[in-house]
Design a protein around this ligand. Structure first.
Ligand code: FMN
Length: 258
């Protein structure tokens, strides 16, 4: 059993499905964790009609009484979204809630699944960062137009470990590293020149040396309590399958009316 994502890339969907049947969830978590660097799933063949994929693959074989891992299902869908030519399959909308209960939503980039959760990186002092600090409940949604699929995830965030955030920050282009220091994300500024002046000053400051990760920048991991897989079908009679966490390693799977 190969535990790197290279293994998944090499064997594509069959690999994921065989993992599912052998219940090697920790192995796939490790594999998914490696995804942070882009991988090309070039041997993945979509051999079913779009719109039939989910039904053919899950609708018929779905055993509602059996424990299944929605993260495995997500990864299988995500692979297909990547293979479908979707422009930015890792783009997801993230909703947070203010202390007054007002929701806000913005796009962020999904950076992989690790320790059972969806990871993304941001500025902790941004609006989302502050809201998550006070109320760690959040929701994300993916929309893959080419497959006519949506995945909704709800749960609680935790911060990604410092060491992992450092590791990821080191892989970012230098311009983005400087940008992370320069931007006081979500603050009002007088004009663009103000931001650009900060960037120039930081470029001077870090000239000839590595840019460290700012202490106010890092990752969040959304641990799902609920995940819904939505597939568009004819006549608005869409498929919706929702997993609800009952215990840490057990999920309740239900079909919802469209
Ligand atoms: C496709 C896309 C991907 C984005 N990815 C990120 C991201 O990974 N992290 C981030 O902080 N902002 C990202 N942004 C910018 C956010 O949408 C948002 O403008 C910023 O994080 C400030 O949000 P806030 O004021 O609600 O905290 C992205 C925007 C788009 C359109």
């Amino acid at each position: 059993m190969r535990k790197s994502l290279g293994g998944i890339a090499g064997r594509g969907r069959d690999f994921v499905l065989s993992l599912r049947t052998s219940c090697l969830n920790s192995a796939i978590s490790n594999a998914i964790q490696q995804w942070v660097k882009p991988v090309i799933f070039d041997n993945l063949i979509l051999d079913m009609e779009v719109g039939q994929l989910f039904v053919g693959e899950m609708g018929e074989n779905l055993d509602l009484e059996k424990d299944q891992d929605p993260l495995l299902e997500f990864w299988s869908w995500f692979e297909k979204a990547r293979a479908s030519g979707e422009a930015l399959p890792e783009a997801m909308a993230l909703a947070t809630v203010s202390p007054a209960g007002a929701p806000s939503v913005r796009m962020v980039l999904f950076k992989g699944i690790n320790k059972g959760g969806f990871e993304f990186f941001t500025n902790f002092d941004s609006r989302k960062g502050r809201e998550l600090e006070i109320n760690p409940l959040a929701s994300i949604v993916f929309w893959w137009e080419r497959l006519r699929r949506q995945v909704r995830v709800e749960g609680r965030v935790q911060k990604v470990e410092e060491e992992q955030a450092d590791q990821y920050f080191r892989t970012r282009p230098r311009g983005s590293q400087i940008g992370a220091w320069a931007s006081r994300q979500s603050q009002a500024i007088p004009n663009r020149a103000d931001l650009e002046a900060r960037v120039r000053a930081l470029e001077m400051e870090y000239q000839g040396r590595e840019v460290p990760r700012p202490p106010f920048w890092g990752g969040f991991r959304l641990i799902p309590d609920s995940m819904e897989f939505w597939q568009e079908r004819a006549d608005r009679l869409h498929d919706r399958l929702r997993y609800r966490r009952s215990t840490n390693d057990h999920w309740i799977l239900e079909r919802l009316d469209p």
